[in-house]
Design a protein around this ligand. Structure first.
Ligand SMILES: *Cc1c(COP(=O)(O)O)cnc(C)c1O
Length: 418
């Protein structure tokens, strides 16, 4: 957004962008528009709104999409969507009632029977399940690759399926959960370009839940979709389930059309909660990253800890570090570590915390710890789990906004119990 010659930063616009107080009795904050439908001023106006909503004609230059019905649009969702575009510098955004509904809607809209989907592993359990159990049922082929595999290896994997000419989407999660392995988005978009033809574009979708929207901007690296579980950092308070996807006007229009008919848009109250969350997004995430660094340094030298998986510890000079420098502006606030021992030692630790909560999910204001091998990643094939270093000794930590001395104290006293 421009104000004469000054371009405001996203964090400065999170309190006001896209909201006009004059339309809401001067209220400084957007009310919750808890309404299912909207009254038209005239039949002609209703007709005009429907013409635009159904794509019967293009919007005129000064015309705004009229409010019709809350499954199609609602002010709380529209303002939220406008604000979310600022972080990703996207043309458009669509918000959903969960991260999974954002992900499944994008996959359903851009894949059809006979198509090939290439995806990175490990993926979020829900996404993995949707690909294997649902997309397979409707005849979508899928094949995976691993972090660290080079472009040439990945192209061989695609070609070996025999469906390379039907490659329709590359879907990646970076950094991978829970071990923070990173995948090169630019390299994936080059693969997508190679398999695109004049009549078929191969799309690149990135689940940006772990590092977005602050520290990774997938669209800048050639991705077509930046997807979020807004339940995590965007919501940030562990009190709402929501999702979002950012991209070009063209792709998000398609996503919103399918959303209208699946009916999985976010509710007005969800939109309002997320707008409130966005005001503090940057300060929360920055504090979480500061805390995570202190915690990582503490764990790295602790005698009961074998290994720490943290982006800040990637070795300078390595190939991974080159991708890290290009793709991320912070090491983030998610880390994992191996305790010395196995499940018994990891469980002893998890059962001994006094401040850190034992729960799945991430990105909230409170620190959360969990055991991937028996919880979030229990569905992953055991051999694959081992290959990805998701073993019995691994503990995942989402670092919150508490005073880091307290988080470190809690980790220290719990590690002493092992
Ligand atoms: C939580 C999560 C999801 C799913 O989001 P919901 O809001 O729970 O539906 C998808 N991807 C990642 C990386 C997640 O952490």
């Amino acid at each position: 957004m421009e104000s004469s010659d000054h371009k405001f930063k996203p964090e400065s616009l999170m309190m006001s962008y896209g909201y006009k107080p004059a339309l809401s009795e001067g209220a400084i904050k957007s009310p919750i528009f808890q309404t299912s439908t909207f009254v038209f001023k005239s039949a002609e106006e209703g007709k005009a709104f429907f013409e635009v909503a159904y794509g019967i004609r293009e919007k005129r230059a000064s015309e705004e999409l009229g409010l019709i019905y809350s499954r199609i649009n609602n002010p709380d969702l529209e303002i939220l969507e406008n604000r979310l575009t600022l972080w990703d510098e996207a043309e458009e955004c669509a918000v959903f009632e969960s991260g999974m509904s954002a992900i499944s809607t994008v996959l359903l809209e851009f894949l059809k029977p006979g198509d090939l989907l290439l995806f990175s592993t490990p993926l979020y359990g829900g996404t993995d399940h949707f690909i294997h159990d649902f997309l397979t049922k409707i005849g979508v082929h899928s094949v995976s690759f691993k972090p660290g595999q080079e472009r040439g290896d990945i192209e061989k994997i695609i070609d070996a399926t025999g469906h390379g000419e039907r490659l329709a989407m590359i879907y990646i999660e970076t950094p991978a959960n829970p071990t923070n392995s990173i995948i090169d988005i630019e390299s994936c978009s080059r693969i997508a370009a190679k398999y695109s033809t004049g009549t078929k574009k191969v799309f690149v979708a990135v689940d940006n839940t772990y590092m977005g929207p602050l520290w990774q901007r997938p669209l800048k690296h050639g991705a077509d979709f930046s997807l979020y579980s807004a339940t995590k950092y965007i919501g940030g308070h562990s009190d709402v389930i929501a999702g979002a996807v950012c991209g070009s006007k063209e792709v998000i229009t398609r996503v919103k059309t399918l959303r209208t008919f699946l009916g999985n848009m976010a509710a007005p109250h969800t939109g309002w909660l997320l707008m409130r969350s966005l005001e503090t997004l940057k300060v929360r995430m920055e504090q979480q990253a500061i805390n995570a660094e202190k915690v990582a340094i503490f764990l790295e030298t602790h005698p009961k800890v074998e290994k720490v998986y943290y982006l800040g510890f990637i070795k300078p000079g390595s190939k991974e570090h080159e991708i890290y420098k290009r793709q991320y502006s912070s090491p983030g606030a998610m880390l994992s570590f191996d305790v010395k021992g196995g499940e018994a030692e990891a469980f002893k630790l998890l059962n001994s915390f006094k401040l850190i909560k034992l729960a799945v999910s991430l990105g909230g204001t409170e620190s959360l710890a969990e055991h991937p091998a028996t919880m979030t990643h229990i569905g992953v094939d055991p051999a694959h789990r081992k290959e990805m270093s998701i073993t019995e000794k691994l503990v995942r930590l989402s670092v919150g906004v508490e005073n880091y001395e307290d988080i470190i104290w809690d980790l220290g006293q719990a590690l002493d119990k092992i």
